[in-house]
Design a protein around this ligand. Structure first.
Ligand code: NAD
Length: 584
């Protein structure tokens, strides 16, 4: 007790004398003594400079330097946040290797959070490919090597039975959005086990930068049940459990404990986003917890919503209503079937026809050919609704010729599958064929933008999953759109959080699509774009959030009452700002 009092006095002295510091209980103990690792923190002086939430670096004003014991701890110059941003962007652009940019940005996030978000908000088009796909994929592959400080919570099989305690270890108590992965299918890169952590971290930084969710309300989580990636299992630097993946009951028990613990610790209103789970688990988890928790799967639902928005916008260019079009997908996994279902749902809403009828306008090809009724018995359950009456068709080209789709959508993860013959076939019976090559990364794109414009003689309406540069064809410049999930999930999350929604309903996904499609201007259409430019994303997110919240209120799923009259203004007012605050 006496030594505790001494430490407290020590802290008081430090606070009065210099304003630093963390006083660590163990500093006065001998090597043999057992100590309690307590700290008392005063966010001033040296501690303040090392606290990423409050640090402003050289932007501390003279007054703040006096008031917070910073004199001498910084060089004399005091600069604006704008100048810091300019300097950092200049530095970042010096790096030729994208992974170096990623690491520099992560360092910044750990050093000065507001500046990190300011960079991201103001330079979104340039930095999105760094903090998210494609660079984040490489970062995950090398996570063991570049790992410095843990940026989220790791819940492994070792924590079974203790997950609630693990959640309580996280320093922030008021969490609004969790992004969780089990690392089994990271982007198009496969099983990266525990190193998948880069994905929840990256997605949540976009939740804050693009959707305005406070960073302190975001929690990245990786569930480690092992990995089947032989290379990682042999890698000395691997940071995860060195065992093959747990499956079946062992897997579902851990997941169930996690889901219950989250609800117990944070309540009903925390949004849990499942991210990059392999498709059998992804569908199952969404179905299992959709009725008891506030869950969202970006790979299935977010993708569906962003692609539906592009499809709806494309109708302005090709004419007709949704139900008058025919869709053909290559790839019938999370993305393909998720998009197909949301398109069918929207058709059904528009025409009042049963959704089963609307599905008949949508066809899917998987690795065994066109999904048709004769294959029904052997199909995975999520493919069964798409098994329509048709004779067997073994490949994509024959399927295109047989079905004559107006929209061709690639979601198989296999590159170069929209061959010249396939694209030319689309152009032979469509004045303006719509081709969405969604597979990532760029090397896996079904075709390039240049190929699509060239093979259709500039007539195609094209968008892709990975970004492509503008293409010049016959003297005309075509700007390909990018069906990036980052258009939807940040605004969607904000809408859910601000309305206090307790469940995600498909109509909220449709509301998000509708709001995004509305943001495409005539000028964008004139340039052949079916998505708005990314630089206006905060405004776009506010519009999406408002529409999603409005739907949640309409469905009786919102709990933040009364409903704000102007939801767009309210969304904007809720958004996290990365501008520095003045310290007293
Ligand atoms: P998934 O593994 O769930 O599905 C892929 C499906 O394609 C599987 O059903 C598989 O059987 C099928 N397939 C594999 N090889 C095939 C072949 N040769 N021919 C036909 N079908 C084949 O993966 P997913 O989550 O659906 O993602 C698929 C692709 O879509 C990935 O490349 C992913 O990056 C991309 N994607 C893009 C966006 C976007 O653009 N916004 C969003 C999500 C996913």
């Amino acid at each position: 007790m006496e030594s505790f009092m001494k430490d407290i006095r020590g802290w008081e002295d430090a606070a009065v004398g210099g304003g630093v510091e963390d006083v660590y209980g163990e500093d006065r103990a001998t090597e043999e003594q057992l100590v309690t690792p307590w700290t008392v923190s005063v966010a001033s002086g040296y501690t303040l400079l090392r606290n990423p939430h409050h640090n402003k670096g050289l932007a501390f004003t003279e007054k703040e330097r006096d008031a917070h014991y910073l004199r001498g701890l910084l060089p004399p110059v005091s600069i604006s946040q704008e100048l810091q941003e300019k300097k950092l962007m200049h530095n970042l652009r010096q790096y030729q290797v994208p992974l170096q940019r990623y690491m520099a940005l992560m360092d910044l996030q750990e050093r000065n959070e507001k500046l990190f978000y300011k960079l991201l908000v103001d330079n979104v088009e340039e930095l999105l490919p760094v903090v998210y796909t494609p660079t984040v994929g490489e970062a995950c592959q090398k996570y063991g090597c570049i790992f410095r400080r843990p940026q989220g919570l790791y819940i492994s099989l070792k924590e079974k039975g203790k997950i609630l305690e693990v959640l309580k270890n996280w320093p922030q108590k008021s969490i609004q959005v969790i992004v969780v992965t089990d690392g089994e299918r990271i982007l198009g890169l496969g099983d990266l086990g525990c190193q998948g952590m880069g994905i929840p971290v990256g997605k949540l930084s976009l939740y804050s930068a693009l959707g305005g969710i406070r960073p302190s309300a975001c929690l990245p989580i990786t569930i480690d049940v092992g990995t089947n990636n032989e290379q990682l299992l042999k890698d000395d630097f691997y940071i995860g459990l060195r065992q093959r993946r747990a499956t079946g009951q062992e897997y579902s028990e851990l997941l169930h404990e996690f889901m219950c613990a989250v609800k117990q610790n944070y309540g009903e209103k925390v949004l849990i986003q499942f991210e990059d789970f392999a498709n059998h688990n992804a569908f199952e988890l969404l179905a299992k917890y959709g009725t008891t928790h506030l869950v969202f799967n970006d790979d299935i639902q977010g993708t569906a919503s962003v692609v539906l928005a592009g499809v709806v916008a494309a109708l302005k260019l090709v004419g007709g209503i949704l139900a008058e079009h025919t869709f053909l997908f290559l790839g019938a996994g999370e993305a393909g079937t998720g998009i197909a279902e949301l398109i069918a749902l929207e058709m059904s809403k528009q025409t009042k026809a049963p959704v089963e009828e609307c599905r008949k306008k949508i066809w899917l090809v998987d690795s065994r050919g066109l999904i048709v009724s004769s294959r029904k018995e052997s199909l995975q359950h999520f493919k069964k609704p798409w098994a329509h009456e048709h004779e067997h068709v073994g490949n994509l080209l024959d399927a295109v010729k047989a079905i004559k789709p107006t929209f061709l959508i690639g979601s198989s993860g296999v590159g170069k599958t929209f061959t010249k013959e396939v694209v030319e076939a689309m152009a032979s019976f469509n004045e303006k064929p719509v081709i969405l090559a969604l597979s990532n990364p760029t090397s896996q794109s079904e075709c390039t933008a240049e190929e699509a414009y060239t093979w259709t003689n500039g007539r195609v309406i094209f968008a892709s999953g990975s970004p492509f540069d503008p293409v010049e064809h016959n003297g005309q410049v075509h700007v390909p759109g990018q069906a990036n999930n980052a258009y939807i999930f940040p605004g969607f999350g904000l809408g859910v959080v601000m309305s206090g929604a307790i469940r995600v309903h498909d109509d909220m996904l449709l509301a998000a699509s509708e709001a995004l499609a509305r943001q495409v201007t005539q000028e964008n259409f004139d340039n052949g774009l079916i998505y708005p430019p990314f630089k206006g994303i905060r405004k776009i997110s506010a519009e999406i959030a408002a529409n999603v919240a409005a739907k949640a209120y309409e469905l009786g799923l919102a709990t933040n009452l009364p409903r704000p009259a102007n939801l767009v203004k309210y969304a904007e007012s809720c958004m996290y700002s990365p501008a520095y605050r003045n310290y007293r």
